[in-house]
Design a protein around this ligand. Structure first.
Ligand SMILES: NC(=O)C1=CN([C@@H]2O[C@H](COP(=O)(O)OP(=O)(O)OC[C@H]3O[C@@H](n4cnc5c(N)ncnc54)[C@H](OP(=O)(O)O)[C@@H]3O)[C@@H](O)[C@H]2O)C=CC1
Ligand SMILES: O=C(O)C1=N[C@H](C(=O)O)C[C@H](O)C1
Length: 271
């Protein structure tokens, strides 16, 4: 079978560079395009050599249509605005789109759902095996414990992260909500401050910490009467996200349009 031809969006970013580094070690894929924004100082540079990695022969461009012309799949860790621009082009060109970008608004998620009527889209707030397995365990725990156990989600990331709560915290919050059979949007407590009053029964709380170089730490606490259960995941290396995204891209091969998750890719379901 021929190699899957990949375009990386956000090629100069932390995850873009990690993908450029990981692709040569991944069987069955080949980098054919690297996208950055129109104002990027990296335009025209080799997306490997520019960052101290082996040269790839792929120059960074801001021309989405040209980059997609020879592509089978896109891996996108960028910004919400860039992801939406790429989603429109991917739908038109029928190129599969793996989306790791977080911080998308409800309207932007609606546009991604529209894209998924035209092409295969895998979107996840966290591409690692560990977090996606954790989400299955959290769903089971939330179902078994019921809403009498207060669920709180704490996350910590590096100081350059721009969105909160993290995509992973929201994914884990969704798992709690799914286990309880409720809608997360109607039961979220985000950003408590000042005279908040007592905790509202059934809420799923979120707290975001930022500092240093933390790759990504998440803990879900179920607090009961006189006892507490805590589930934690600590990302030590961005390679886990890159490898997950590459597995997702390979999984899209031959797949019809649809909005898929990493649970679909990894075959993880909560019975
Ligand atoms: N789902 C997952 O498993 C993971 C998700 N993420 C998410 O991925 C995203 C990126 O993270 P990270 O790599 O750390 O962030 P970075 O800021 O390091 O990288 C984002 C890159 O996207 C570039 N960019 C901005 N506008 C455009 C555009 N129009 N077209 C193409 N590229 C553009 C940025 O360029 P410039 O700096 O010039 O603006 C930057 O180089 C975040 O939303 C993060 O939360 C991160 C890790 C794992
Ligand atoms: O911005 C990051 O760095 C990360 N973003 C994702 C998130 O928002 O959860 C995944 C990971 O935690 C790293």
């Amino acid at each position: 079978m021929s190699e899957l031809r990949l375009v990386v969006v956000g090629a100069a970013g932390r995850m873009g560079r990690m993908l450029t580094q990981t692709i040569p070690d991944t069987l069955g894929v080949r980098l054919v395009g690297a996208l950055e924004g129109a104002g990027s100082s990296s335009l025209g540079a080799d997306c490997g050599a520019a960052f101290g990695l082996p040269a790839t022969g792929v120059a960074i461009t801001s021309d989405i249509a040209a980059a997609l012309a020879e592509a089978d799949a896109i891996i996108d860790f960028s910004t919400p605005a860039a992801t939406i621009a790429v989603a429109k082009a991917a739908a038109k060109a029928r190129v599969a789109h793996v989306i790791g970008t977080t911080g998308l608004s409800a309207d932007e998620l609606g546009l991604i759902a529209e894209e998924a009527t035209e092409t295969a889209v895998v979107r996840s707030g966290n591409m690692s095996l560990g977090v996606n397995l954790l989400a299955v365990l959290i769903e089971k725990a939330a179902k078994a414990l019921g809403p009498g156990w207060d669920a709180e989600i704490i996350e910590m990331h590096h100081k350059l992260k721009v969105d909160a709560p993290s995509g992973t915290a929201l994914l884990l919050g969704e798992a709690v909500a799914l286990g309880r059979g409720i809608a997360l949007a109607e039961h979220s407590a985000r950003g408590r401050d000042g005279l908040t009053g007592p905790r509202k029964a059934g809420d799923i709380g979120f707290a975001a910490l930022r500092g240093g170089t933390v790759v990504g730490d998440h803990t879900v606490i179920f607090a009961g009467m006189g006892e507490r259960i805590e589930f934690s995941h600590r990302a030590e290396d961005r390679g886990i996200f890159a490898r997950g995204a590459l597995a997702a891209a390979l999984w899209t091969r031959g797949r019809g349009p649809g909005l898929y998750s990493m649970a679909d890719v990894l075959g993880l379901t909560c019975a």
